[in-house]
Design a protein around this ligand. Sequence first.
Ligand code: PBG
Length: 326
Amino acid sequence: MFPVTRMRRLRMKETIRGMVEETRLDVGDFIYPMFVVFGTDKKEEIPAMPGIFRLSADRLVREAQRVRRLGIRAVLLFGIPETKDEMGSPGYDDNGVVQTAVRTLKEGVEDLVVITDVCLCEYTSHGHCGIVADGAIINDPTVELLARMAVTHARAGADMVAPSDMMDGRIGSIRRALDEEGFTDIPIMSYAAKYASGFYGPFREAAGSAPAFGDRRSHQMAPTNVREALREVALDVEEGADIIMIKPALAYLDVISLVRDRFDLPIAAYSVSGEYAMVKAAAQQGWIDGERVMMEILVSIKRAGADLIISYFAPEAAEILSRPAS
Ligand code: PBG
């Protein structure tokens, strides 16, 4: 009790504060999402995401080399195709934008873990995550296409696949398809608890993947639910997921924390485009200290229990972490 106990004793000096930190961000925690387009020497800034670009494969390699030098081990690749159709077929083409970029990255960047997004929404003309019939996404035929897509990514050399579609049964189907093709050692990072979120706005602009009609609430989770997230995670674990992802991150720290308590798999949290855009916009206005808020958000995600943090901030945060500690 006071006056024997004084909580401020350990807070008096920067050095001692550093010694008693309970949570530390490490550059090895980060996965950096990247957007790839066809062509050469292309670098198109995404309006609501300052500092994030759609890059052609040649530029992608250079940017990936830069982030790898910062200590970031893994990238998560999203493709923006030239054409789209009802079935999302450019998404499971061996010469598609992602498949081509994976080959280029694996050749051009040493020791980089290349993870690919598996979902049809960037490749369908209607922007939905699957095949649409009578205005609804039909689950089982969509799952077959997702499995095909995952195999094309693995064949191109992807180190890991990350299905973000939220169809039922896709983890099991993707696992079987990969195994049948001999990719038994390619892990699946499952977007297990992915919420129907307004925080994806800038991403959809970046990827041109906003649904032409309706929304994603028939497959993504309601922001109100957390017990349901535990069921989603349990199912994906049973179906063979190797890493579990929760998305978005900041508004769902309770979900991360609960999943951490209940499951022993590595947990990834995706700090999504809207989380990035909010910080950047407020910082540009001079309303917040962007760097400080960024680091605070990232450490909160780790403190909640995430092992891996997928974030557009990764390179900036990595640079800050490489500064010598006081
Ligand atoms: C779907 C996908 C989305 C994001 C990642 N994968 C968009 C969606 O579900 O509509 C969002 C990522 C972000 O906002 O940063 N392929």
